[in-house]
Design a protein around this ligand. Sequence first.
Ligand code: HEM
Ligand code: HEM
Length: 187
Amino acid sequence: MRSAAPRRPIPVWDVAVRLLHWTLACAVAVAWTSALEIGVPGPWHEAAGYTAAACVTLRLLWGLVGSRHARFTDFLRSPAVTWRYTQQVWQGRAPRHIGHNPLGGWMALTLWLTTGGIAFTGWLQTTDRFWGSEALEQVHTTLAWGLPGLVAFHLVGVWLTSRHQRENLVKAMLDGRKMPPSGDDVA
Ligand code: HEM
Ligand code: HEM
């Protein structure tokens, strides 16, 4: 009798996705802590903020032309599909997704747009036109204080999905590999 071929991990997250993810996470952490430590944001804050902005810009472009699971078409699902998936999560029978699941996909977009908005309003405050604008300062601060909340949701989502799927998603974001799809998994 022939035995089934052993299942080996397959590549899912390309190098650009992983590099941009961890650089973005570090840049956000530095932008945040440098803003609080110094009081008045200095060169570290600006450098980290622009690094975060560069990561977001490159990742949004990569979402158009990158590898299969990096593309928006792979993970941005319609509201109806996302709602159905949310119900399945609630009932504890959500299928495994090889790329981002529908909730994770929308969370990723929210994180990119929020970070991009923070960096943009930060930069605007350095221009002649908006120098000293209290309204912009307010927007920058509000979005900046909202970001840790979103990151907390993101981490809870990663933890719960890892537990439900019995799969280390953090390791997959480091080495780029996951077990191949089987059964009802969404490839
Ligand atoms: C400021 C901090 C962070 C931000 C802004 C952030 C943002 C993001 C974004 C935008 C994605 C989508 C990635 C892509 O498609 O390119 C993502 C995915 C992911 N992040 Fe983070 N992240 C942060 C911190 C972390 C940390 C600390 C961890 C682990 C402990 C982590 C684990 C993951 C994992 C595992 C995924 C893939 C989720 C999946 O399998 O669908 N992230 N993150
Ligand atoms: C991911 C990017 C960024 C994050 C997470 C971030 C976060 C923050 C935080 C937490 C504060 C302190 C708010 C408070 O007083 O409670 C702040 C202030 C400030 N940031 Fe940023 N920032 C980012 C990017 C930038 C960039 C790119 C610039 C400009 C080049 C900038 C310029 C400023 C300025 C001028 C302030 C002081 C005025 C204000 O509160 O708006 N930031 N930022």
